[in-house]
Design a protein around this ligand. Sequence first.
Ligand SMILES: [Zn+2]
Length: 238
Amino acid sequence: MECGKIPRIEYFLRMFFPPRCICCDCVLAVNVRNYLCSDCEKNIPYINRHQFGNPAGKSISNIYCAFDYEKGIRKAIHHLKFNDRPGNAKILVDMSYPLIKEYFAGVSAQFERANKYDIAIPVPIHSKRRRERGYNQSELIARSLAKKLNIPVSVGTLVKRKNTPPQSSLAKDERYKNPEGAFHVKKPYLIEGRRVLLVDDVITTGSTLEECGKVLLQAGAVCVDAFVIAVRRKLYVQ
Ligand SMILES: [Zn+2]
């Protein structure tokens, strides 16, 4: 993924801090603004369907997603969450957006409201985990996406009050029960009457999104859709 010519100052910076492939972490050429090495770029796990229902429940009307949670995308999300690569969030949104933007077009400006959503809400992580990681990856993804959609991001409205174990560490049955009661809307007046776009990094069983959707609807959201960077293949080939 090439992104244009590099100004001289950036060129020198890149000589001292060589850019790395967001997926496999190999060192990239200094003179081209790439995000991926050619091997990873050839193997991006695109999916041909970008709109899903949620198998875990009915609270989310639509889930939008660009990639399969495999290969380089899986690695890039892993680096974002566990290896202190917050910059991967914007790059993954930049890669996703051209594939899903038609779904976010909304109605034309001559009608009431041009935007399809009023507000973007990241799936929260528990404050303890946020302190350890230094950021919430879903918030970074939400900020990048919301900028493109020209809508505000609301952080601290939807909160996680239970520090549940990571979904990836659990067996399938446990994953469905794990997020139950974990989320809470702190400022319902910010949600009431709003069309909400919920944002997360990956959907594994859909149960986390479902729990978030439930409490957002209870708080008065008109509708809740979701955007995630990647979806587990099992979720949509069943
Ligand atoms: Zn690579």
